[in-house]
Design a protein around this ligand. Sequence first.
Ligand code: UDP
Length: 337
Amino acid sequence: MQVLITGGAGFIGSHLARALLERGDRVSVLDNLSTGSFENIRAFAHHPLYSFAIDDLRNALVLDRLASEADAIVHLAAAVGVQLVVERPTETIETNVLGTHAVLAAARRYRCRTLLASTSEVYGKGVKAPFSEEDDLLLGASSRSRWSYAASKLLDEFLGLAAYREFGLPVTIARFFNTVGPGQTGRYGMVVPRFVQAALRNEPLTVYGDGTQSRCFCHVRDTVRAIIDLLDRPDITAGEIYNIGSSHEVTITELAQTVIERTDSRSPIQYIPYSEAYAPGFEDMQRRVPDTTKIRNAIGWTPKYTLAQILDDVIDYERSRLGSGDHFHFTPGGRQL
Ligand code: UDP
């Protein structure tokens, strides 16, 4: 199978590319390197089954050409990270909605099986746990820019489902819950790489709010397996939405303590108010637990990695970067499109 990954130089995209190449699929990547990086794809840039284009999704000619060669498209390109979303809401909305519109139009022209990445953010401020796919969604006021991310991803979901219903395009929606693992950057607010990097330097781990908010962290390798298995079964998964995540819940204070323990760090934990971390009036989600019954029943997927294994993988990765003093240099290679 030939798979086009938009956002393929990002954290999830590069892990997905690796897994697809390992099983013999051809992979093409379209990424504008806005939040992705060449470092993520360097390892297989010269792989004979791999090609990449550094361009924006809104370059219709490039997208059209890549879609024309693809059997399937995994659309991961999106604005990511709460911090980025709060700071640059216009870019977030345009990237998400116009990007998905462009991908679906190209997919329709060439009848590509399509998987759209969505997010647990769409559940908004709902207090129910766990969240399941048919639940009502409760977003905050539009005066709070955080919710523009959820609203834009929700519109993406509606666009995808409309393409399935009106035009029979086999579209599947995946709602990711806090995917983490080696290679994720802490630059846009993600808590796990930030805590691990701070702990390895014996610097304070900064918890926002009171630390009682909780999350369920899913290893990127589990997430990637779910994406591939969903793609492989369009007969079951077309027109459907699936939660992808772990059900092991941990508070952010417990996460900080566990990171300190597993890195043998002397870091203290420091608490700062949300208003200082983001912007005044920022609203966080207190809990975010996925109900994954639907994906388990459909394709038998359950996450395999524990939180301890996830953290150890991230710690090893961050340690190796500290040790090597590795700095990113842009060295184009591979088959440029
Ligand atoms: N968080 C934190 N310190 C950080 C980064 C994040 O305490 O340095 C908190 C954040 O407020 C949230 C949780 O950790 O409650 C998870 O944040 P992340 O940005 O990783 O994911 P999301 O908010 O999308 O779940």
